[in-house]
Write a protein that binds this ligand. Structure first.
Ligand SMILES: [Zn+2]
Length: 451
């Protein structure tokens, strides 16, 4: 039976994402389970889910698809995305995670991974899976089994292995779990460590009653900033819904761009070993390649998106990778990202530093960057061409690695279009705040004028 419903909308470049019930249904999740097993010819699939209200139903449907297609489903229950990746390595089997990461509560989705956290080929694999679901001619198979497994102890030992726990000094940290998976996982990881936690929104709640679980947006970090101003602490951290992104604030409640946290980690790696290799995305601050160069590392600039970063890192055996969205990737974490490993490393570096968090970060605060801004445009490609024409004469360098990047003497900006939505995203950085605000206003004016 061929499906009539158009399902292209839920296929994002690297995963599945859509509004639960209308775009992404239980029936579709079931078919994803069948198609995943059929296409990757696997006998076992590890399955995890986040705390969204629709996750138990979607997860059950996906697992039914897996077992109806003849494979065993290893159900690891409520987990973070990095714990699912860890499970694919621990068990050496492919996996799927029911989550919509930081999206609003009406959304849900599926992230796929091959064994040992190898990423799927977003374009090719998802296209074939889409075809299989549309065709919907799955044959009867001998049903597989559902195997419940607890991976938590092994996971905690794994993330602890990234630091020397004895180095951790007494500290007080304000942690915003955003009602997401950090609420379950953070306490497990810091149990027994000298870290006093002031918790915000630790109750798992898929309705996100306090704020959206997306710390990339300033408004979602205001609660953490307010608690910091009132109670004070050594530093603060905010996680996204599926606990794979971390955003840090200092003791003055100042939120850091991920480029600065990446720079701190890169410096620490290069102080221990020479010739480290690092991958960072096209919209990160100039401070990142500068720090890599200053401490004699090798820098690799890559397009925005976790599949690009992971692929490049595996190719060159990079030590560490980072994205502006708060994703930090580690070689010893199977080249995937982990927010809790990042937290532990930052806590260890802070313990070793001995001074204030703001002072530790000062050497990386050389520029001022805007938070990524998205514009819904009628003619996104036309706008990019007109902007390039308008600015290219004054630019020192024009580059097309990822959308359009224009460099000037004391500022730069990048405009890139979304593959799936009518959006153009702006990143801009300048040598000081005044310059940044001025250029931001100017570029936004031009984008609106040219649309
Ligand atoms: Zn996430």
């Amino acid at each position: 039976m061929v499906m009539k419903k158009d399902i292209s909308k839920i296929f994002k470049p690297n995963d599945i994402r859509g509004v639960y019930g209308s775009e992404l249904t239980d029936d579709l999740a079931y078919k994803f389970g069948r198609a995943f097993v059929f296409y990757f010819k696997t006998r076992n699939v590890v399955v995890g889910r986040d705390m969204r209200l629709s996750s138990p139903k979607l997860c059950k449907a996906f697992i039914n698809g897996v077992i109806d297609q003849g494979a065993n489903a290893v159900d690891i229950g409520l987990v973070s995305s990095d714990a699912l990746y860890f499970a694919t390595a621990l068990l050496n089997i492919p996996g799927a995670m029911i989550t919509a990461s930081h999206n609003p509560s009406e959304y849900n989705g599926i992230k796929f991974s091959l064994a040992k956290a190898h990423p799927i080929n977003g374009k090719k694999d998802l296209e074939v899976i889409k075809g299989l679901i549309e065709e919907d001619s799955f044959k009867d198979c001998k049903r597989g089994k559902i195997i419940k497994k607890n991976i938590l102890d092994a996971y905690v030992r794994h993330v602890h292995s990234f630091v020397n726990l004895k180095n951790l000094k007494k500290m007080k940290v304000i942690v915003d779990a955003g009602n997401g998976m950090a609420g379950k996982f953070f306490p497990l990881v810091v149990k027994g460590l000298p870290i006093k936690v002031i918790p915000i929104d630790f109750k798992l709640d898929g309705r996100f009653p306090d704020h959206e679980a997306n710390p990339s947006k300033r408004k979602n970090v205001l609660h953490l900033e307010a608690v910091m101003k009132k109670q004070g602490a050594d530093f603060g951290v905010s996680f996204d819904g599926d606990f794979d992104r971390a955003v840090f604030v200092n003791e003055k409640a100042h939120r850091f761009d991920s480029s600065l946290v990446a720079s701190l980690i890169i410096k620490s790696i290069l102080e221990k070993k020479s010739n480290g290799k690092f991958v960072y995305n096209t919209v990160m601050s100039k401070v990142v390649p500068e720090v890599i160069k200053m401490y004699n590392g090798e820098a690799f600039r890559e397009k925005v998106g976790h599949t690009f970063i992971k692929k490049k890192m595996r190719e060159i055996k990079a030590d560490f990778g980072a994205e502006n969205s708060g994703h930090f990737y580690y070689k010893n974490n199977f080249y995937t990202d982990s927010a809790i490993i990042t937290f532990l490393i930052v806590a260890e570096l802070y313990s070793g530093y001995g001074g204030k968090f703001s002072d530790m970060m000062r050497e990386f605060r050389k520029y001022r960057k805007i938070d990524e801004k998205s514009f819904k445009l009628r003619n996104k490609d036309g706008v990019l061409l007109k902007i390039e024409k308008y600015y290219s004469k004054k630019a020192v360098k024009v580059e097309h690695v990822d959308g359009l990047t224009l460099y000037f003497k004391d500022w730069w900006f990048n405009l890139r279009t979304s593959n799936t939505e009518p959006f153009v995203r702006l990143n801009l950085e300048a040598v000081n705040l005044k310059n940044m605000l001025e250029k931001k206003r100017e570029v936004i004016k031009m984008i609106k004028k040219f649309d």
